[in-house]
Design a protein around this ligand. Structure first.
Ligand code: ADP
Ligand code: MG
Ligand code: MG
Length: 205
């Protein structure tokens, strides 16, 4: 029901926020080894006005608030891209029950806007390498429960993020360091994997 959906997405975003806030140094270090070292700070800033979990809102309002926080507080590529992802998730969930079907459409839309804005393809060593497998997993789980769908998305995104360590960047600042980024997981892909892991944990209760 609606109250359960509100609680799930509120917990989802709260878990994601906690995870990122607790890993700012780790994310910055990854971006330093394969980029310009501002990713952790950018994510932390993007979460400055993240929704307060003590007052649960609807899924659309929760994602909308998160989007606005990224767009207003975070600079850099990832501020704009995460802002766009959460904006799409807000649009796709507005006025609809939270189902695996709705989530599949939401994440497909988020992937499309990221590709439209950033022009990255699969294998370019960006967040797309976690977001695209998550979208595919959700497509394959349209008839399932929200918890099962998010578990599948989390698994796919984690494997996608892990695979970025073997890719050479062709987009973003990491492309400037070329093969030096080998064996380093792309921080944007890792953050996307954490987003779906948080969703799976929240939906599992
Ligand atoms: P920058 O310092 O390059 O402005 P951030 O450090 O804020 O960017 O974000 C870096 C992350 O953004 C990367 O780890 C990658 O996942 C993602 N990223 C960078 N460029 C793109 C792009 N063109 N398309 C999709 N994701 C991108
Ligand atoms: Mg950076
Ligand atoms: Mg930068």
């Amino acid at each position: 029901d609606a109250a359960e959906a509100d609680a799930t997405v509120t917990a989802w975003v709260a878990r994601f926020t906690e995870r990122v806030r607790g890993a700012v140094d780790e994310l910055t270090d990854l971006d330093r080894r394969a980029g310009d070292g501002d990713f952790g700070v950018t994510m932390d800033a993007g979460l400055r006005d993240a929704p307060d979990p003590s007052t649960p809102l609807s899924p659309a309002a929760t994602f909308s608030r998160l989007s606005r926080s990224f767009l207003e507080n975070a600079g850099g590529t990832s501020g704009a891209l995460f802002g766009a992802i959460f904006h799409r998730m807000a649009d796709a969930t507005a006025g609809r029950d939270l189902t695996a079907e709705v989530l599949a459409d939401a994440v497909r839309g988020a992937l499309e806007i990221v590709v439209q804005l950033g022009g990255a393809s699969a294998g370019d060593r960006t967040m797309v390498d976690a977001l695209a497998p998550a979208a595919d997993a959700l497509d394959g789980a349209r008839g399932e429960s929200v918890a099962a769908a998010l578990a599948a998305a989390a698994d796919a995104a984690a494997r996608g993020a892990e695979a970025t360590a073997t890719m050479t960047a062709r987009r973003g600042r990491a492309s400037y360091v070329g093969d030096a980024a080998r064996d380093v997981v792309d921080p944007g892909a890792l953050a996307v994997a954490w987003f779906f892991a948080a969703g799976a944990e929240a939906a599992a209760g």
